[in-house]
Design a protein around this ligand. Structure first.
Ligand SMILES: [Zn+2]
Ligand SMILES: [Zn+2]
Length: 233
């Protein structure tokens, strides 16, 4: 495990000595105290991850192809550190508070609602011993109740990235990165929440949106925990 001292998204020596201390303030007891959890919720400002414009309603007027999109903060914020600790340090106890924060960032939706995590590469799930986005999704649907479910509808294909491919070819590759699992049929009456931890280029989310639409989904929302750049306008 490497250490980069000046980056708050990496574990500090205190995290390793006190695995159940709050990632925000260091208070002992749980990996995220209520006060720090509430601060994340209060400080959360929704902006479009695609164009970075403030976007309180979720639906960006400029980015027509983006469904209503909700997110919590920047990867450099405390939320980024929580994602890192859940994902790479397997701090499972963080899945529930992250799901509670997500519950606060998303609007109420009339059911049925299906949460669709973007799939993690299988060997990463094996190495880490957990599927972090699915774990958060399962905690989230438990909070929201019976009309919500989580399903691994999107699956990774084994397509490889071609070096030197032009823009059109790269877009085609992003589109073919996932497919719909053979046991799933999409229902136009359901709302599908495409869920991912960190938005980087957005190519995967956009590919997932296109794929769900082409498979018959009519109501789609995107939920993200963090975006990787802080240059919001
Ligand atoms: Zn705290
Ligand atoms: Zn936008």
């Amino acid at each position: 495990m490497g250490f980069i001292v000046n980056n708050t998204t990496f574990p500090t020596i205190m995290d390793l000595i006190f695995p159940h201390s709050c990632r925000g303030c260091g208070a002992l007891g749980s990996p995220l105290c209520n006060r720090c959890k509430n601060n994340i919720i209060l400080e959360s400002v929704n902006f479009c991850p695609n164009c970075k414009a403030l976007n309180p309603t979720g639906k960006c007027p400029k980015c027509k192809m983006m469904p209503p999109t909700f997110m919590i903060g920047n990867r450099t914020d405390l939320i980024g550190k929580l994602i890192y600790d859940l994902k790479f340090n397997s701090v499972r106890a963080l899945a529930r508070p992250i799901a509670e924060i997500l519950d606060n960032s998303l609007p109420n939706i009339d059911g049925p609602v299906v949460v669709v995590p973007l799939p993690t590469i299988r060997c990463h799930i094996r190495q880490r011993g957990l599927d972090h986005t699915y774990l958060i999704a399962k905690n989230f649907v438990k909070i929201r109740g019976a009309k919500y479910s989580a399903a691994k509808i999107l699956q990774r294909t084994n397509s490889t990235v071609q070096v030197g491919a032009d823009r059109k070819a790269r877009l085609a590759q992003a589109s073919s990165a996932y497919n719909i699992g053979p046991k799933y049929t999409l229902d136009a009456e359901n709302t599908y929440i495409i869920f991912d931890d960190i938005w980087t280029t957005g190519a995967s989310i956009k590919a997932a949106v296109r794929l769900l639409k082409s498979a018959g989904a009519r109501k789609i929302i995107v939920a993200l925990l963090a975006v990787s750049r802080i240059d919001q306008k």
